[in-house]
Ligand binder design. Structure first.
Ligand code: G6P
Length: 368
């Protein structure tokens, strides 16, 4: 299979720009547009209404996708989720009740720790569901049920389009689970599916922020440390933003739950530490904005990712504001992922690092 960069300077940029299309393909695989419902395979060996809890396990960016999945499953299907990075999970000797469901998320389908965790869950009588991008992978082969992400080959070491496609599949799963468990009425399901169908269009809009993101990245590339803050569904995004930034620009970055700021990281804040706040104007906005004020009061430079209402409410405190379209809370992580990726990308380009093949990292980690 020959994949080239087309008109892009790096695979990563090309893959970021492919997102509206590949999310669309992934959605088409799981959504019945005529009825606006999520389509599950008929031979699914379990029923969400029978499950008491779910285990999710993955590494790196795929783990952060799983973390968003946990918030979704708990909120929209009222199903408790235990999630861990695979390298911890596999050695924890987790007690699991026979007949439970374990979900493994992996772009490559070859990550050694994820595979070992899968085998452990299999030995404990769990149903094994994997969300994988590479269909012919070991993880796919060893799973009872495979939910593919239709992202196409991902070449850049830092995962981008695979991440948003993993989110797409998890969103569909959460809706299906909510329906089977009697939590979501037909009209709720339609509303959520509607919101998902809008994602490719919103993603295209988010990509238009690129020139502004480039300006911000110029400043970021001069920083030694960067803090990323988010709350609720945006907390995993803060973690992912920090991971992306350190992976490809080698700038030290940390993602924090906004409410944890006062329990440590606030000690780092001064005019030299940019703080990127991911906070659309949702039900948690006021809380996160008060964290932002704590940063501003200490001279911190804030970069705010929000929507029009959020931009108005935050006044002139942020040094820069990226204004995204207003959208249903459910789909926010899918859209906010895009500026987060572009910020890391352009910072790395300014630093002159090898964006597609960052030092010391591998695309597929088959060692333990
Ligand atoms: C490596 C890659 C990451 C990826 C992680 C998990 O560290 O550099 O981009 O998120 O492995 O990989 P997987 O193929 O299991 O999603």
């Amino acid at each position: 299979l020959l994949v080239d960069k087309g008109n892009f300077r790096h695979f990563m940029a090309k893959e970021i720009y492919e997102q509206p299309e590949v999310i669309s393909h992934t959605l088409a695989n799981y959504i019945d547009m005529a009825t606006e419902t999520v389509r599950l395979p008929e031979d699914l060996p379990f029923d969400f209404s029978q499950l008491k809890r779910i285990t999710i396990c993955a590494c790196g960016t795929a783990y952060y996708a799983g973390l968003v999945g946990k918030y979704w499953m708990e909120k929209y299907a009222r199903l408790p989720v235990d999630i861990d990075v695979a390298s911890e999970f596999r050695y924890r000797e987790v007690p699991l009740e026979e007949g439970g469901l374990a979900i493994f998320i992996s772009q490559s389908g070859e990550t050694a720790d994820t595979l070992a965790s899968l085998r452990y869950c299999d030995s404990q009588g769990q149903h094994i569901l994997s969300i994988v991008n590479v269909r012919e992978s070991t993880i796919a082969r060893e799973s009872g049920t495979v939910f593919p992400t239709l992202a196409g080959p991902e070449i850049g070491v830092a995962s981008t389009k695979a991440f948003t496609c993993q989110l797409t599949v998890l969103a569909c799963l959460a809706i299906a689970a909510g329906r089977q468990r009697g939590i979501l009425a037909e009209s709720d399901e339609r509303k959520l599916v509607h919101a998902l169908v809008e994602v490719p269009r919103l993603a295209t809009q988010a990509l238009k922020l690129e020139p502004q993101i480039e300006d911000i990245a110029r400043d970021l590339s001069r920083a030694r440390d960067v803090l990323y803050l988010g709350r609720g569904l945006n907390y995993p995004l803060a973690l992912e933003g920090a991971l992306k930034l350190k992976e490809i620009s080698y700038i030290h970055a940390e993602g924090y739950a906004a409410g944890e700021l006062k329990h440590g990281p606030i000690a780092l804040i001064d005019e030299n530490v940019p703080v990127i706040v991911v906070s659309p104007s949702d039900s948690l906005f006021d809380k996160t904005i008060s964290n932002m004020q704590e940063v501003a009061a200490r001279g911190g430079n804030i970069i705010l990712l929000t929507d029009e209402d959020g931009a108005q409410a935050s006044g002139d405190q942020p040094q820069a504001t990226l204004v995204l379209p207003k959208m249903f809370q459910f789909v926010q992580p899918l859209i906010y992922a895009i500026p987060v990726q572009l910020l890391a990308y352009h910072t790395a380009v300014f630093m002159g690092t090898d964006v597609d093949q960052p030092r010391n990292l591998a695309k597929s980690v088959t060692v333990e």
